[in-house]
Design a protein around this ligand. Structure first.
Ligand SMILES: Nc1ncnc2c1ncn2[C@@H]1O[C@H](COP(=O)(O)OP(=O)(O)OP(=O)(O)O)[C@@H](O)[C@H]1O
Ligand SMILES: [Mg+2]
Length: 477
């Protein structure tokens, strides 16, 4: 596709630590966190004026889905806006807990595994053209996704060494560090399920667009990233591979024999050289496979040109990351790639006296890296000191918490604001906008690139005749 729509959905881990008496479990904490949302919107599943979706399903993982974005920079900005909105909710929830004489701290972690080893996800969405042969594209993309963790994983310590499959030859059972958080929790290549068998790609066919023209690729094996440059590489490299597949650029046809074994072998081998089996009886390493995709992408860009402002950076960071792994020297990427940024920090603590990756202080620091609090969160501290490179500004992120990107989200945001101003009940999803009292005017917007629509204007006009309710401002300002 010349232009693509992207979106990221993130599930967060939650914890409440009391400063005085009174304990709250994760579900109760999540409910407290969503109280201002429920007070304003009467639901824990809402679309916001910035076009994104904020929700709490059963369970205790608050979730934010970015609005559909048409550029990587917008995607990064809106992904970070999700953290910004949740930090605002945390402040409100802690204030109202104080009113109940509960003083404590609510923590949200943008990671993928909790202390009981439950895993939660970060899902990437890429719009594809329907005419592309989907099953073939998925099969060709899977080997790339299996090995992608070495460039964009979020890193994880394992105090007791790699889990059981760590008995693979060459992998020790010493306390260790892996590239990825999610790799130990994914079981197969593709399926329509997201939980039971946990695949790399969810193949449920819900395009959130004109189904005769488009499909949505739902990648669910990636780690949540704190680092903006890592997100840029994750989505940017995947987009390049998708482009090559869409345009039938010749790529080697790898088929991995056993997805789960390959994922775990790769994640727990920081040299990138551990070999895993291919279906044709051969073997390959993650470094070798990633080199193939990188060199192909570089040649492809030389022919086709750079289709966005960050292509050169994506290729450069991809190259430097593979070179760093090959050299065993991560100093060239330790401000840009999550697993390397975090490893540098943990290793510095170990060098200053922590016993190793099994030291409880190291586990604490690993977790604190993913704490989204702007002052306390360790990734955020590093970024504020210039030790983690950023792509978008704080101002852009704060703006994106309220304002939609230049896509269909703009229409949704305008409609939501107009309906709220008029005090009218409404229902929206990714495609529809409806005033509950005027269902005959329901608008369906199947073009996610659309930023203007006469139908939406007409719908907003329906509201003109309605007296504004008490002054309403978008929440979270
Ligand atoms: N046409 C599109 N193509 C690609 N992505 C899209 C498109 N329209 C919306 N998106 C993105 O898809 C994601 C949908 O998020 P949502 O959490 O609603 O997921 P879902 O996969 O549809 O459902 P659920 O998580 O409830 O199973 C959002 O990030 C959104 O920006
Ligand atoms: Mg989802």
């Amino acid at each position: 596709m010349e232009r693509r729509i992207y979106g990221i959905e993130t599930e967060y881990g939650i914890r409440y630590i009391p400063k005085s008496l009174g304990h709250l479990g994760p579900e109760e904490t999540a409910r407290k966190l969503f109280k201002p949302v429920v007070d304003t919107w009467r639901s824990t599943n809402v679309f916001l004026p910035n076009g994104g979706r904020l929700y709490l399903d059963v369970g205790s993982h608050p979730e934010y889905a970015t609005a559909e974005t048409a550029t990587l920079r917008d995607l990064i900005t809106h992904d970070k806006a999700g953290e910004y909105l949740f930090n605002d909710l945390i402040n409100q929830a802690e204030d109202s807990l104080e009113d109940e004489n509960l003083t404590g701290t609510i923590y949200l972690f943008k990671n993928n595994v909790d202390s009981a080893d439950n895993s939660y996800g970060s899902h990437e969405n890429y719009m594809l053209e329907r005419k592309v042969e989907f099953a073939k594209l998925v099969a060709s993309l899977i080997p790339f996704l299996i090995t992608r963790q070495i460039i964009v994983g979020a890193g994880k310590t394992h105090p007791a060494g790699p889990p059981a499959w760590g008995t693979q030859p060459g992998i020790s059972a010493e306390p260790s560090y892996s590239f990825s958080q999610r790799a130990d929790h994914i079981w197969e290549g593709s399926s329509t399920a997201t939980t039971r068998s946990r695949p790399l790609i969810n193949t449920r066919d819900e395009p959130h667009a004109d189904a005769s023209l488009y499909r949505r690729l739902h990648v669910i094996n990636g780690d949540s990233n704190m680092s903006q440059t890592t997100t840029l590489l994750k989505i940017g490299a995947t987009d390049l591979v998708l482009r090559m597949l869409e345009e039938r650029y010749p790529l080697k046809d790898f088929a991995v024999k056993d997805t789960a074994t390959a994922l775990r072998t790769i994640s727990h081998d920081l040299t990138g050289t551990a070999r895993f089996a291919l279906a044709d009886g051969g073997e390959i390493s993650a470094l070798e496979m990633q080199r193939h995709y990188l060199e192909s992408a570089r040649a492809f860009v030389e022919i086709k040109g750079e289709h966005h402002q960050d292509v050169a950076y994506v290729l450069d960071l991809w190259t430097r990351t593979l070179d760093a792994i090959e050299a065993g020297d991560f100093s060239t990427i330790d401000t840009e790639i999550d697993w390397a940024i975090k490893k540098k920090l943990l290793d510095a603590y170990i060098a200053r006296g922590a016993s190793g990756y099994d030291d409880p202080r190291i586990a604490q620091l690993d977790l604190a890296y993913h704490d989204i609090d702007p002052r306390r969160g360790v990734y955020n501290l590093l970024a504020s000191r210039g030790q983690a490179k950023t792509v978008v500004s704080e101002q852009e992120i704060a703006r994106a918490a309220i304002h939609p990107p230049e896509t269909r989200a703009k229409l949704r945001g305008a409609f939501i604001n107009a309906a709220r101003n008029a005090g009218e009940q409404f229902t929206v999803d990714w495609v529809h906008m409806k005033l509950n009292a005027y269902p005959q005017h329901t608008v369906m917007c199947k073009d996610p690139f659309a930023t203007e629509s006469e139908d939406v204007q007409a719908l907003i006009k329906v509201l003109d005749g309605i007296a504004p309710s008490t002054s309403w401002a978008p929440p979270f300002i």
